[in-house]
Design a binder for this molecule. Sequence first.
Ligand code: HEM
Length: 396
Amino acid sequence: MTDDIYYDPYDYEIDADPHPIWQRMRDEAPLYRNEKYDFWALSRFQDVVGASLDDRTFSSAYGTVLELMGDEPNTSPMMIFRDRPEHTQLRKLVSRAFSPRRIAALEPQIRELACRYLDEQVGSGGFDYLADFGAKLPVMVISSLLGVPEEDRDDIQRWTDALLHRDEGEQDMRRHHEKVGQQLWGYFARYVESRRKSPRDDMMTDLLEAEIDLDDGTKRRLTDVELLSFIGLLSGAGNETVARLLGWMATTLARFPTQRRKLVEDPAKIPGGVEELLRYEAPSPVQARRLTRELELHGEKLPEGSRILLLTGSAGRDDREYDDPDRFDVERKIDRHVSLGLGVHFCLGASLARLEGRVAIEETLRRFPEWDVVWDETEWVHTSTVRGYAKVPIRF
Ligand code: HEM
């Protein structure tokens, strides 16, 4: 009997700990149906992998956030919401600016930012790991990647948070999105204009100058609208996710002090620890898709147009892929996970996310090898795209 399995990504209670229900879905209802919100869900590792790689059938062009999906392909120039061939073009263009050289070169700046925030807390006895550190770091990193002046970065943080917030049960976020989006958009439009006039050695300038060869032999650059959308996408995709990763880091290492000690004693284990954290509590656990054709899955015929959630957060806990998946083990050998996506939409910022995660943990453990979380003062962030803490007060 699977009738009593109920999953929806809008329910705060389920969101607080979806792992038991995801396990039942993997075992008893690998193709889950939610009538209320009209979606299907795939929860097993292999199914999430298969769907992520079959992007011609599992379309992103109607949006990848359930409540933002429409019946028509959306017109957003954000590549995360495009299918091939437009996606390939946009991705090629921005990948040049998002080069490994530019990302690796950020390490000293990321470390300096991390040291600055964390040094302020040495001797304080405790602080809010997210508000005072984890949520600030990624905004500053992306802002510095783009070259945004420091005095404007708090505004960007506020708008980005507001853009991703969702009240319990809230379905239609389009109007709310529009207003805050316009503020961010206006800011960056002015910023792009000023960078056009005075180019520098930063990603914004790379993006303004990047060109790709088209099939017909012509070249093209990003339009202003594409450029602004890409900046919006970077803030949206890169800030909240890294903040959630750092929240999971602070809480999970406090829950498993033996694992934390291993990282303190041997910092070379930290990169592996970041992968394990991503697997164990995926910061972005749900990706939505729409079927471009009729498809049979687990013996069921799904019509064209069906909305399907790929539960990457559940895939990380699938015992068909990982031994004893509910055990958090920083020494686990992880060949692969899907917490950064897979296939054509694989996270563009993956190496930046890993770099920020590693530096944040290194600098945290260097100053605070042990801490406790004040659990009854923690707060949760509620959006349908990311999952994790908004507030993590710690004491040491
Ligand atoms: C721990 C941190 C992060 C997590 C867990 C994460 C997760 C993901 C996931 C799951 C996807 C695939 C979405 C899909 O298939 O629909 C994705 C795509 C993407 N991510 Fe990340 N991300 C993180 C950090 C970042 C950062 C730091 C940036 C940029 C600065 C970034 C930029 C992007 C972009 C642009 C895409 C869209 C790629 C495309 O459509 O081709 N992400 N991310």
